[in-house]
Design a protein around this ligand. Sequence first.
Ligand SMILES: Nc1ncnc2c1ncn2[C@@H]1O[C@H](COP(=O)(O)OP(=O)(O)OP(=O)(O)O)[C@@H](O)[C@H]1O
Length: 265
Amino acid sequence: MAAGTPLLEVEDLRVTFSQAGAATRAVDGISFSVGRGETVALVGESGSGKSVTALALGGLVPPPGRVEAGRIRLGDQRLEHTNERELSRMRGNRLAYIFQEPAMALNPVFRIGWQIAEAIKLHRRDVAVRPEIERLLERVRLPSRVRRAYPHELSGGMQQRAMLAMALACDPELLVADEPTTALDVTVQEEILKLLVRLRGETGMSILLITHNFGLVSGIAERLYVMNAGRIVEHGPTGEVLRHPRDAYTRRLIDAIPRLHPAGE
Ligand SMILES: Nc1ncnc2c1ncn2[C@@H]1O[C@H](COP(=O)(O)OP(=O)(O)OP(=O)(O)O)[C@@H](O)[C@H]1O
């Protein structure tokens, strides 16, 4: 593969939800890319189509949603031609997700160690499971004792770290983080974002960060795409877009971040 080729390339993606004879185009012909080792943010208000885009990457759009058109390439793999079995193998091998509500994604009746072990066993037969659990807990800065804890015994931040450990179990090339900190307190949000930055440095993986919050992206994402009503309305290097937004919708979202505009400025 040529040097500089992005890890993920999405072209003209369209996703439609059809219900009771009416069709809603949730994603309306968007194109974007994520480089190797790069963090890219997809930013937009609720309902703009960010999550549906994220789900489309892994073939996870729920019915009655349907990917109508588009080309998706991850490394040397064309995903739109991939069947469900291959997609499910790829999820976890090359592509992993973390979502907003770790408490919903973790199984309440199993200990954290068991759940991480399942994630390891699903995709990797070549590693000793127990040391690998310890390695992953260490990687997300959780103490070893968490292995024996149930999800409800952990704080929200620790639950999100446990989800991250499961997502990292298979050394994904791309981590899709869909509103990973929205359910957390502000200080914990910062901890999780710092952890993501550190993990990216340690593993070399790429991150697609999905958020409604422009306040989160500086210092995390090199580039961002702004989504509105299923379309990308603006994109560019994060600092540039934050300082000189060209689109009126982008400007409105940025104006809503109080700390970028201290009183008197
Ligand atoms: N399960 C569904 N059934 C019907 N329509 C859906 C479904 N999921 C999403 N949509 C449609 O897709 C649009 C985009 O939803 P999406 O979840 O991608 O937005 P979002 O930007 O991620 O917002 P949020 O942060 O609130 O999830 C919605 O406005 C809705 O019209």
